[in-house]
Ligand binder design. Structure first.
Ligand code: HEM
Length: 455
């Protein structure tokens, strides 16, 4: 049984803990999630000041770790109105299409051989995001680009380390006396990581500033943020730490999350060949066998949409949502909750709550065909993107990448398990960090389904 489920079964809908001297709550039912993220959202919209935010996010200067206040509000406004608006996302579409094609072509060369998706997806999402965020890749791969600042290996390490360290329980955060000893060694790692990020982000910013002098039209997300930084009407002046923090949000927000979502979907699909069969029927009927799937096709692919929602239900990428933090005393469900309480919402348990989900442990996409269930934060039985003020601002981009990747991988290839493995042997245990990945990746074999010219 998963750790989050054990917590919920043993301690119920709302668990009160003391981490050292600090009060912590874990909310595990839809009713409790709604209390914290809707009814009392304004009181719990901050984040605790943990070491991860201090050392790896420029002293809380990104949006993810920023306390609730003027900078956070401004960052959210910038993201929603300037970065993730439909027109802007459309302008980056060609990048998403090109990178999906590159992924498919490289997988095609491996047809018939055992493949671990986790060896390909992180690089694909990193290329896609870094081209949208900062045009160039700024890291060296086989092509040994001369604009590189770090190697691909090092940047991938930085992102992996970031997701891990942002999800750990660092004892010194909760028992201040212990912070001097760093007995787990996390602070040392956070400081080293922070230093690597400063070097990287600083070089990208300087390069963009230099190019902006020659080219007045913003080309990527960093250009847009740099242009906004010059606006004298901004409520909060954007410092260099803010600029690096925002770039950090954008680069990390969509890489690990999207890659993990696709990986989980295929873990489930290979355990459920009937679902693959139905998905293929829909793809052949709606798309046919002579073309790619485009982002616009999604309104006509309800079954694919349903299997993606079902993946998010069983495998929310943040099993525990990043911590929320109360900025005032308040009364929740009859309990007095003091200012300064940290709240974790157990997204894992929400999606498996038997009161709301029939045969909750089974992978049944059909349940989403029967009911139009929202995944953007309105329905508290399913919160893969969080809810309330701190809900994910990158939803519209993240869902585009996840949908087209899963649909194109299904449409292009027939899938089977490698090495005579049986569906029931696929491991569904997780590794936890800020995001949750399969502990034991599955070796799969792909064979092309469409005409050769489509690869
Ligand atoms: C499948 C893709 C994605 C998933 C599943 C996902 C999920 C989440 C979740 C669960 C949260 C926390 C909500 C809360 O605290 O209640 C979050 C926050 C956030 N996400 Fe995403 N996300 C995805 C894609 C993206 C993308 C593409 C970006 C940006 C490029 C992004 C940027 C952020 C940021 C900046 C926050 C912090 C918001 C805040 O603290 O106010 N995410 N995301």
């Amino acid at each position: 049984m998963n750790r989050c489920t054990i917590f919920h079964k043993k301690y119920g809908d709302l668990m009160f803990l003391k981490f050292g001297s600090k009060p912590v709550l874990v909310a595990s039912s839809p009713e409790m999630a709604e209390e914290f993220l809707k009814t009392h959202d304004a009181s719990f919209a901050s984040r605790p000041a943990l070491s991860a935010g201090k050392y790896t996010s420029y002293n809380y200067s990104d949006m993810t770790w920023a306390p609730y206040g003027a900078f956070w509000r401004q960052a959210r406004k910038i993201y929603l109105s300037e970065i993730f608006n439909p027109k802007r996302l459309e302008s980056f579409k060609s990048i998403r299409v090109e990178e999906t094609r590159t992924l498919i072509s490289s997988l095609h060369t491996l047809s018939g051989k055992p493949v671990f998706l986790k060896d390909h997806l992180p690089q694909f999402t990193l290329c896609t995001m870094s081209r949208m965020v900062m045009s160039g890749k700024y890291y060296s791969d086989e092509s040994k680009s001369n604009t590189s600042i770090v190697s691909l290996e090092k940047l991938q390490w930085m992102l992996d380390e970031s997701f891990l360290l942002n999800g750990v329980i660092n004892l010194g955060d909760w028992v201040p006396l212990l912070s001097w000893f760093d007995s787990q060694g996390y602070i040392k790692r956070m400081k080293a990581l922070g230093k690597s990020f400063v070097e990287f982000h600083n070089s990208v910013l300087e390069d963009h500033k230099a190019k902006a002098k020659e080219n007045s039209v913003p080309k990527d997300m960093v250009d847009i943020i740099l242009e906004l930084a010059d606006d004298p009407n901004l409520e909060v002046k954007l410092t260099k730490d803010h600029l690096m923090g925002l770039m950090h949000d954008l680069l990390t927000g969509g890489t690990d999350t999207s890659a993990a979502a696709v990986e989980w979907a295929f873990q489930e699909l290979l355990r459920n060949p009937k679902v693959i069969e139905k998905a293929n029927q829909e793809l052949d009927r709606v798309i046919g066998k002579e073309r790619w799937i485009e982002e616009e096709d999604f309104c006509r692919l309800p079954y694919i949409d349903a299997l993606i929602k079902e993946t998010f239900r069983l495998h929310p990428l943040c099993a525990l949502l990043p911590p929320h933090y109360s900025i005032e005393d308040c009364k929740v469900a009859g309990y007095d909750i003091p200012k300064g309480t940290t709240v974790f919402v157990n997204a894992w348990s929400l999606g498996r709550n038997p009161k709301y989900w029939d045969r909750a442990e089974e992978f049944i996409p059909e349940r989403f065909l029967e009911n139009d269930i929202d995944i953007k934060g309105q329905n508290f039985t399913l919160l893969p993107f969080g809810s309330g003020r701190r809900r994910c601002p990158g939803y519209s981009l993240g869902i585009k990448v996840v949908r087209t990747t899963i649909a194109n991988l299904l449409h292009r290839f027939n899938w089977k398990l490698a090495g005579g493995m049986k569906a029931e042997d696929i491991g569904m245990e997780e590794i936890y960090g800020l995001t949750t990945h399969p502990k034991k990746p599955t070796s799969m074999i792909m064979e092309p389904r469409l005409s050769l010219h489509l690869y």
